[in-house]
Design a protein around this ligand. Structure first.
Ligand SMILES: [Zn+2]
Length: 221
């Protein structure tokens, strides 16, 4: 009997220990951060406005070329390497140039790609979900610049403008616009992101691979 009581008290002690908050949890409470994340943070990194990056996630609104809301709620996820790099870029340009980033789209779950494809089944505008894009892999981001007041810097066209004016090799634009486009391209390139010729806003991480994903983020919190 004594042994049983002893075993129970040890078990009780262990279970109490297990519920002791870890240092990281205590810190999270102090800094008002969520203790538990609602996603797998080995596969994904989330960018929130607490990083200083402005979010204007167009596919969670009707303000996009489909005029329909594609995502249920506005959250920005990327593969951890890409998310980390963007936070670093934000820090650098804030300190060195008093500028900031604005993000229009991040990881795009394949079911969302399917929704886009159902609305616009044209490979000139939307990637076929069967093929998948770098957005579906969590390795591409659509990004622009803001000034120190958080005002969007004119890049010549809006995000998702399908026309030659959005191309990197279109030079019939204001000098200032060309300067900022060039600045963003150089900046992203320096941090390992490559551009595509036809969209000034689109950058994907070089030399990193990740599978196409169907995972959709939670909208509960
Ligand atoms: Zn893009």
């Amino acid at each position: 009997m004594k042994n049983i009581i002893w075993t129970f008290s040890i078990l009780f002690f262990i279970s109490c220990q297990a519920h002791e908050p870890k240092e990281s949890e205590e810190r999270a409470v102090e800094e008002h951060l969520p203790v538990k994340s609602d996603f797998d943070n080995e596969s994904w990194g989330e960018i929130t406005e607490s990083s200083g990056i402005k979010l204007d996630l167009r596919y969670s609104t009707k303000n996009n070329f489909t005029k329909k809301q594609i995502y249920n709620c506005p959250r920005c996820f990327l593969r951890p390497e890409a998310a980390k790099k963007l936070k670093q870029i934000q820090k650098d340009i804030k300190e060195r140039y008093n500028l900031g980033l604005i993000i229009y789209d991040c990881y795009r779950p394949r079911p969302a790609q399917q929704k886009l494809w159902d609305i616009v089944p044209n490979p000139n505008y939307v990637t076929n979900p069967k093929k998948g894009s770098m957005h579906n892999r969590g390795l591409a981001v659509d990004v622009g610049l803001v000034d120190k007041e958080g005002r969007v810097i004119d890049m010549g066209t809006d995000f998702d403008y399908f026309g030659k004016e959005a191309h990197h090799d279109f030079y019939g634009l204001d000098k200032k616009v060309l300067k900022y486009r060039g600045f963003l391209k150089k900046l992203m390139d320096l941090h390992g992101f490559k551009s595509i010729r036809t969209e000034w806003w689109h950058y994907s991480l070089r030399d990193v691979s990740a599978p196409i994903s169907d995972w959709e983020w939670s909208c509960d919190s």
